[in-house]
Design a protein around this ligand. Structure first.
Ligand code: ADP
Length: 243
């Protein structure tokens, strides 16, 4: 479903991704863990071209791109197939929850507004926000805003959802409600890649855990393998530090 081959990325001469190879199967939930600065967010952003990798190949479904020769149309195809949930929600402040959710379907996908609204309301209900559809982001808690962000991603009907530390901007008491929504989506079989610091969540929800350090994938395996029996010293040290 998604195949990354030899993804390299540097910022101002500093190598942040050092040849990443990663395959994600249809319906798989992959959690990416690793120390701060190891390149997790950059990798996620390179997958849907919010950041353009310096070199490498990205395959998503039947779209195959050599990033050095990526055309505008290929990038649009990848963006159409993927949706991102951001750490800082990135909602439009002057739009209600529902308007935020239907913006992509109506403006980008040219869907009928009435039809998009119907789906948008259903999605907001499915993330527990039936009462808040006409509220503005400033009237919502962080957890509620992030649930709008998740409904907005789902509204695009993507083949994969990329979660970039979706709970790290939240007060601790609001983390649970967002994780519970993500857990529900995972159970529906949608392909997801989640960068997270929530170890117990990763352990419970992911089919596969990928550990990154210094721009490399150091080790990957089932949650049982990575948390129960990590093989690499760097993985062991990381898990020791954070648990
Ligand atoms: P992680 O998500 O693992 O914390 P990031 O991908 O956010 O790591 O960052 C990896 C490194 O790349 C960090 O050193 C960060 O400062 C640097 N970096 C990320 N984005 C940019 C950018 N737009 N410009 C310059 N440096 C960046």
């Amino acid at each position: 479903m998604i195949q990354l081959q030899s993804i390299y990325k540097s910022f101002q001469g500093k190598k942040v991704l050092d040849g990443i190879d990663l395959n994600v199967n249809d319906g798989e939930v992959v959690a990416i863990l690793g120390p701060s600065g190891s390149g997790k967010t950059t990798l996620l952003r390179c997958i849907n071209f919010l950041e353009k990798a310096d070199s490498g190949e990205i395959t998503m479904g039947n779209t195959h791109i050599d990033v050095r020769h990526a055309t505008k149309n290929q990038i649009l195809e990848i963006r159409r197939k993927s949706a991102m949930v951001f750490q800082s929600f990135n909602l439009f402040k002057n739009m209600t929850a529902l308007e935020n959710v239907i913006e992509g379907p109506v403006i980008v996908q040219k869907k009928n507004k009435k039809e998009a609204s119907k789906i948008g309301i259903e999605l907001l209900e499915s993330v527990g926000l039936a009462e808040k559809i006409n509220f503005y982001p400033s009237q919502l808690s962080g957890g509620q805003q992030q649930r709008v962000g998740i409904a907005r991603a789902l509204a695009l009907n993507p083949e994969v959802i990329l979660f970039d530390e979706p709970t790290s901007a939240l007060d601790p008491e609001l983390v649970g409600e967002v994780l519970s929504v993500i857990r529900n989506i995972a159970n529906r079989g949608i392909t997801m890649i989640i960068v997270t610091h929530e170890m117990s969540f990763a352990q419970e929800v992911a089919n596969r855990v990928v550990f990154m350090d210094k721009g490399n994938i150091i080790e990957q395996g089932t949650p049982h393998e990575i948390f129960g029996n990590p093989k690499e010293e760097r993985t062991k040290q990381f898990l020791k530090r954070i648990t």
